[in-house]
Design a protein around this ligand. Structure first.
Ligand code: PLP
Length: 380
């Protein structure tokens, strides 16, 4: 059966058929060679294996799993999410124009500002979750529109189909960072995006032990995609085979993890939303959240594993709650099997993040245990 006929759970569990034909092993081995032999006639044993920079079967296998899960036609792995973002932004010509959603992952915002300044690229930052604002920004020609759905840490939802129409009207490609969703619950390419990106460091790998980034498209023959692939080959932003293998192992349980994480996240968001110690909860699954309607229209089977909450009582109270927690790890990052919490203002005081905002990534622990931990931490 071809992979496009199988469900994501089956594709993931079987690692898209990546097995070890030489040994009969049900899991693939790791191909570590950096270079490949030629025979006496100087012919390659395999025409697609010359040198290991971007020719590695383990990386290809991991890409095949990601491609099938995304429902994409082509997928490229990178050694981090930022390396994937950079490979795409590097396709914008000097003097071009980029529209970037405001209030997204600070690492992308900060890097894009510097990159565009260096290249003489006009950068327009807009609240893309407001469709009319994005459409107005697309009134002038652009090369790239970059959005994050849901956004980190505000969990805003951009209407991807509407954004694609606006971007294409401006002559731009639409890139979507869907890290906080995963292809299990959001498929931006099917909604009109040109390229979807994930920091696979997060839920795709899911075990907080691999850095990886991924780009996928449905237009593998486009000049854009050929240039991205050439950039990866020539500039050498290559993931190692061990990391690709670990990622593939993590992917085998992605649909299962997402199911549990989304269920717990929704229930805990509802709990926090009614807690007197919490001012506001940002989670796309809550009917009162801005963008709930958009999220409900374009996500399937869950609203993600990430949320933010404003603690009543300001900085000191937020710090008290964080320090009281016993099960939530106090660490940056998201998407792991273990729940993490971050007091973002402490690490990014200059970015306008409220002093009482806590960003929470829900893992696969027992939901009642997580709820009890939140309850005791919030108790006065
Ligand atoms: N995009 C989002 C939404 C993120 O949260 C992150 C990292 O936190 C990145 C991109 C960057 O990914 P990486 O850390 O794998 O480079």
């Amino acid at each position: 059966m071809t992979h496009d006929k199988l469900s994501q759970a089956t594709i993931a569990a079987h690692a898209a058929g990546a097995q070890e034909p030489a040994t009969g092993g049900v899991v693939p081995g790791i191909s570590v060679a950096t270079t490949y032999l030629r025979d006496e006639e100087y012919r390659l044993f395999r025409a697609d294996n010359i040198y290991g920079r971007d020719q590695n079967d383990t990386v290809r296998q991991a890409e095949a799993v990601l491609r099938a899960l995304e429902g994409a036609e082509a997928t490229l792995l990178f050694p981090s999410g930022m390396a994937a973002v950079a490979a795409l932004f590097r396709q914008v010509p000097g003097g071009g124009r980029v529209i970037v959603q405001s209030g997204i992952y600070w690492g992308v915002t900060a890097w894009a500002r510097e990159f565009c300044a260096r290249r003489g690229i006009t950068l327009t930052e807009v609240d893309a979750a407001d469709g009319a604002t994005l459409e107005a920004a697309c009134g002038q020609a652009a090369d790239l529109v970059w959005i994050e759905v849901p956004s980190n840490p505000w969990l805003k939802s951009v209407d991807i189909a509407r954004a694609a129409q606006a971007a294409h009207g401006a002559g731009a490609m639409l890139g979507v960072d869907a890290t906080a969703a995963s292809p299990v619950i959001l498929r931006p390419l099917a909604l009109g995006a040109d390229v979807v990106m994930h920091s696979a460091t997060k839920v795709m790998n899911g075990h907080s032990d691999v850095l990886a980034g991924v780009l996928s498209t449905n237009a593998p023959e486009s000049a854009l995609w050929r240039d991205v692939a050439k950039d990866r080959h020539d500039a050498g932003a290559i993931i190692g085979p061990f990391e690709a293998w670990l990622l593939m192992r993590g992917l085998r349980t992605l649909p299962l993890r997402i199911e549990r994480m989304c269920r717990s996240a929704l229930s805990l968001a509802q709990y926090l939303d009614t807690h007197p110690g919490i001012e506001t909860v940002f989670y796309p699954g809550l009917p009162g959240h801005d963008g709930h309607g958009v999220a409900a229209g374009q996500m399937r089977g869950g609203f993600g594993y990430l949320m933010s909450a404003l603690v009543r009582g300001g900085h000191a109270e937020a710090a008290r709650v964080v320090s009281n927690l016993r099960l939530f790890g106090r660490a940056t990052s998201l998407g792991g099997v273990e729940s993490l919490i971050e007091h973002r203002h402490v690490i990014e005081p200059h970015t306008g993040i409220p002093e009482n905002l806590l960003r929470i990534s829900i893992g696969i622990e027992d939901e009642a245990d997580l709820r009890a931990d939140l309850e005791q931490a919030l108790a006065r």
